[in-house]
Design a protein around this ligand. Structure first.
Ligand SMILES: CC(C)(COP(=O)(O)OP(=O)(O)OC[C@H]1O[C@@H](n2cnc3c(N)ncnc32)[C@H](O)[C@@H]1OP(=O)(O)O)[C@@H](O)C(=O)NCCC(=O)NCCS
Length: 193
């Protein structure tokens, strides 16, 4: 018996799947036509994606991560590493009382949705169980410790390590060697596509 590549969707239905991409059999992508995965990237098992998503090259989404947001779109750059259990929440609802909330509610009874985006630049590292809320732009080289919460109010600086909820900066990261290695890998003929 031939087992399918994936239990929930056909790889052929993705908007784009680069070469050497690995997508776990139990990854659930609700709208494959709105999802592009770049060369050499990996999406690990039990990850759930319900919105539009673009992933660059050599990036990784760890097991059990959630990328959600209805009509919103999430954009992940190159050389990004997302540890297991992260939650990228690109859309939400009015939690202050503007209407009933949740997918069970008919539109005429629901409050206005908060539909936004999440953009994650190259060389970002998200520690396990990091949570990103709608409307967050994560600059190049940011890293987060395990269990970090990033809201749009946090003023993120490139190449800086953040921890806690809400996130606070604890130190700078040195991007020099990382950028050199990324440049070499990008132009290494063994990995050109
Ligand atoms: C943030 C991290 C990288 C440690 O960085 P570090 O530079 O060694 O930092 P330190 O251990 O010196 O801690 C510095 C401060 O941050 C705090 N801190 C460290 N990690 C934290 C976390 N995850 N959440 C909240 N606070 C944290 C420490 O308590 C310390 O606080 P203080 O200055 O008030 O005493 C590490 O703790 C971490 O969370 N790593 C994520 C690992 C992970 O998820 N890997 C995924 C593998 S797939």
């Amino acid at each position: 018996m031939v087992t399918p590549d994936n239990l929930f969707f056909k790889f052929a239905d993705l908007n784009h799947k680069g070469t050497h991409v690995i997508i776990g059999k139990t990854v659930r992508i609700r709208k494959p036509a709105q999802v592009s995965i770049g060369d050499y990237s990996i999406i690990d098992d039990f990850t759930y994606v319900s919105c539009g998503l673009k992933v660059g090259r050599f990036s990784h989404v760890g097991a059990n991560s959630v990328i959600i947001g209805g009509d919103a779109h999430v954009c992940i750059g190159d050389f990004v590493n997302i540890a297991p259990g992260c939650r990228l929440i690109a859309a939400s609802n009015d939690y202050a009382g503007g209407g009933l909330v949740g997918p069970t509610i008919p539109p005429e009874y629901a409050g206005d949705p908060v539909v936004s985006y999440i953009r994650i630049k190259d060389h970002v590292l998200l520690g396990a169980n990091t949570i990103i809320l709608p409307g967050v732009d994560i600059p190049e080289g940011v890293a987060t410790g395990a269990m970090t919460l990033i809201t749009p109010d946090v003023k993120l600086q490139p190449w800086t390590l953040y921890v806690g909820a809400p996130a606070r900066a604890i130190r700078k990261r040195d991007g020099k060697l990382i950028l050199q290695q990324a440049h070499r890998l990008t132009f290494d003929p063994k990995y050109r596509t």
